[in-house]
Design a protein around this ligand. Structure first.
Ligand code: KIV
Ligand code: ZN
Length: 390
């Protein structure tokens, strides 16, 4: 089995449909440009039946990035599949992504359909989609809570009908790595080389990344994810986290993606500027503090040898360099280094005096001190020395 893992980005579909994340067509185009630059393998641009804007977005992205693999979502019904096909008319590598729920709980309360009906509709939708495009993905919505034998039956049937990718979403973020890995392993063994097994994990229990990772170990070779982990409710598997785990811990996870990781930070930044919120400050990889060191002991170690406290080179994800935050936990050593970086060579006495003034300010601050404030403190010290000498 190949060690290449395909990254299916759904920032513009699952991500965009969540509160505070809607984007206009021009905004989606800007984000799509970044995602293409980042090297995502498949870009899901929208759910064309959902709105005119979604249809236009898929069409516009397909026109502008005609060489890229562009996906459009469709429920398993004629209207949806045909609309998705129309929206992809300009794509050279179009993918129709059709889905229907397969768990008993969804069948009983939401769809009010029998297992046989759902199976038949899934097969019919895949066959119809294949009449429009070669590349068809089928998703068994709420797959993680679907009875495994039935899930296997549906998976085999849609592959026989022409699906090349079978996605088993953990739609409600309920699964655990061990359980999900077992389920994905079963489907991967059942399908063999006939289709790519894909995973799509929501983060309701904070396990989306861990579940995706377990799925890859069990045989999945496509991960559906979003920038900054945006998506329904608690969001989707975070693209930057899963990609950097595979890269940083290739010793433990011998798989690779085609992502140009140096664009991760700017992709996150662009998304934050287009929607109404950014990642939390302590978010792995792209959070404001992800490479910031404040504690004195950490700063001291980091200044002696970065690898003492840094497992990822910030430049490899597009962050210019690890930032030492100067706050109340910072030590003399880090302050002296910052003064030198700012162009001031201080004697031991001057550094002591500066440190004294610095801690007096930093003690009352929640946030660290900015470089300009450090310069002001240094200059205030120099002025006091001149006055004393006069
Ligand atoms: O979470 C989910 O099940 C989905 C499917 C439509 C893939 O987003
Ligand atoms: Zn989803």
């Amino acid at each position: 089995m190949s060690d290449r893992v395909y990254i299916f980005d759904t920032t513009l579909r699952d991500g965009e449909q969540s509160p505070g994340c809607s984007m206009t067509v021009p905004e989606k185009l800007r984000m799509a440009r970044k995602l293409v630059e980042l090297g995502v393998d498949i870009l899901e641009a929208g759910f064309p039946i959902a709105s005119e804007g979604d249809f236009e977005a898929v069409e516009a992205v397909s026109r502008e990035f005609s060489w890229a693999h562009i996906a459009a979502l469709a429920r398993c019904c004629t209207l949806d599949v045909e609309r998705a096909a129309r929206s992809l008319a300009h794509a050279r590598r179009p993918r129709i992504h059709t889905f229907i729920a397969t768990s008993d709980i969804h069948l009983k309360y939401k769809l009010k359909k029998s297992r046989q009906q759902v199976l038949d509709e899934a097969v019919a939708a895949v066959e119809l989609a294949r009449r429009h495009v070669d590349d068809v993905e089928f998703s068994a919505e709420d797959g993680a809570r679907t009875e495994p034998e039935y899930l296997e039956q549906v998976s085999r049937a849609v592959v026989a009908a022409g699906a090349r990718t079978v996605n088993i979403p953990d739609t409600v973020g309920y699964s655990t790595p061990k359980e999900y890995g077992l389920l994905i392993g079963r489907i991967a063994r059942a399908l063999g080389d006939c289709a790519v097994v894909s995973v799509h994990c929501h983060d309701d229990l904070g396990l989306a990344v861990a579940n995706s990772l377990a799925a890859v170990e069990a045989g999945a070779r496509q991960i559906e994810c979003t920038i900054n982990g945006i998506g329904e409710r608690a969001g989707n598997c975070s693209l930057e986290e899963i990609v950097m785990i595979l890269k940083t811990r290739s010793d433990a996870y011998p798989y690779h993606t085609g992502i140009h990781t140096e664009h991760l930070y700017s992709a996150s930044d662009l998304l934050s500027s287009l929607i109404t919120f950014g990642p939390q400050p302590n978010k792995a990889i792209v959070g404001r503090n992800a490479f910031a060191h404040e504690a004195g002991i950490h700063q001291d170690g980091y200044l002696k040898e970065k690898s003492t406290y840094e497992i990822i080179d910030p430049q490899s994800v597009g962050v210019p360099e690890g930032r030492l935050v100067l706050g109340k936990h910072s030590g003399r050593h880090a302050l002296g280094q910052r003064a030198r970086d700012l162009g001031y060579q201080l004697s031991r006495e001057d550094l002591d005096a500066l440190y004294h003034r610095f801690t007096a300010v930093a003690d009352h601050r929640k946030k660290g001190l900015m470089d300009e404030e450090i310069v002001s403190l240094i200059q205030a010290g120099q002025k006091a020395m001149r006055v004393a000498a006069d």
